[in-house]
Design a protein around this ligand. Structure first.
Ligand SMILES: C[S@@+](CC[C@H](N)C(=O)[O-])C[C@H]1O[C@@H](n2cnc3c(N)ncnc32)[C@H](O)[C@@H]1O
Length: 259
């Protein structure tokens, strides 16, 4: 039966994934990843905090939601304020990505979801995070749906997914037909402030033959549900006890929308 494990219950260096496989680990993702063995995952799918509250303009920094009045993330995450100094944030995310690359096998891949935005008149395209890392492709996820509360801006409708790969990574036969612009409705029925739509993660997972999949910023556990639906194994990490409980309930089939 899947359970929540505390990060401190893991050894400093786990020899294999047996303890964590198909479980949710409550702890800091960098700390937990450092405890896991190299080349132990086939695939990593994740969406980190975007640092949206660290904003040069009237984004979400003043606690009122700024230009997006009803933004779910105006108070940050349960255990993470989403408001780090920009350089510190980029360094942290680079460290996380380096760990993810260490953790995947030679035919593995990391699907890293992020958002581009304009800050101080310039495009913040997350180059500082991914530069010199093995980005093979950038997928545009066009999130259908959403409501615009501000007449000064067109409704933002896209995010990106960086596909970082080791040299032997290959898609499943026929998966390349999806192209690199994916129209997938955003998730509207999930109490987590920034959930993945299940369809997005199912598409990624079913496009590979990955058997064991990690999400180091797992939130409500959408990656785990997509893995289970495709008969694959998962490991979830999140530093919020509330979101870990949410994920566990969902994994155990007891949740808000029956998935
Ligand atoms: C964009 S959300 C992921 C949501 C997830 N994809 C889902 O479908 O619910 C980012 C998650 O990162 C978690 N987080 C933030 N800082 C963290 C840290 N240092 N270690 C582990 N998790 C962290 C937050 O609690 C949040 O749930």
């Amino acid at each position: 039966m899947p359970k929540i494990l505390l990060a401190d219950s893991l050894n400093k260096k786990e020899k294999n994934l047996e303890k964590v496989k198909n479980n949710v680990v409550l702890g800091d993702s960098l700390d937990v990843m450092k405890r896991l063995p190299s080349r132990s995952f086939d695939l990593i799918v994740t969406s980190p905090p975007y640092n949206l509250k660290n904003s040069t303009g009237n984004g979400m920094k003043d606690g009122r939601g700024g230009k997006w009045e009803s933004a779910a993330l105006q108070n940050g995450y349960q255990q993470h304020s989403d408001d780090m100094p920009y350089d510190e944030y980029c360094k942290w995310q680079r460290k996380c990505l380096r760990q993810m690359l260490r953790l995947i096998k030679d035919d593995g891949a990391v699907f890293y979801n992020h958002k581009w935005r304009v800050q101080g008149g310039l495009l913040q395209d997350r180059q500082e995070i991914v530069k010199n890392l093995p980005v093979r492709q950038i997928i545009i996820w066009r999130r259908k749906g959403g409501i615009n509360f501000n007449s000064g801006y067109f409704l933002p409708t896209f995010e990106v997914i960086y596909m970082l790969t080791k040299s032997h990574f290959k898609l499943e036969k026929g998966a390349n037909k999806y192209g690199d612009v994916w129209d997938i409705m955003q998730e509207m029925n999930n109490p987590h402030p920034a959930p993945f739509p299940l369809e997005l993660i199912e598409r990624i997972i079913s496009s590979t033959n990955a058997q064991t999949i990690l999400d180091p910023f797992a939130g409500s556990g959408t990656t785990a549900i997509a893995a289970m639906n495709n008969n694959r194994n998962f490991v979830c990490i999140d530093n919020s006890p509330v979101y870990c409980e949410m994920a566990l309930k969902r994994i155990n089939g007891d949740n808000w929308n029956g998935r």
